[in-house]
Ligand binder design. Structure first.
Ligand SMILES: [Zn+2]
Length: 91
């Protein structure tokens, strides 16, 4: 599993995961609580990844050190699946 976010990304947005998804980090079976979405300089979403708290914080810290602008939107409404209709109802 490659947690590297694309070097072209300029912004990283932290979102609360509003759907049922496993953490995408390898060997982590936790439920994802966080979505990290990277955007280019024009603010266009490029990619997103679902992560648990531990892995999410790890990636945020790394990307922040790389100079990405980090925006925390976890106080907002839960985010629905991005570009798919595969979301499952939560427990
Ligand atoms: Zn994890």
């Amino acid at each position: 599993m490659n947690l590297d976010l694309n070097a072209q990304a300029a912004y990283l947005t932290i979102l609360r995961c509003g759907y049922d998804s496993p953490c995408r980090a390898s060997n982590c079976g936790a439920n994802a609580t966080t979505i990290l979405r990277k955007s280019d300089r024009a603010g266009r979403p490029m990619q997103q990844i679902e992560l648990c708290d531990v892995h999410g914080e790890r990636v945020v810290e790394r990307e922040r050190r790389r100079g990405l602008g980090v925006t925390d939107w976890r106080g907002r409404s839960p985010t629905q699946p991005f570009g798919s209709g595969l979301g499952k109802s939560g427990i």
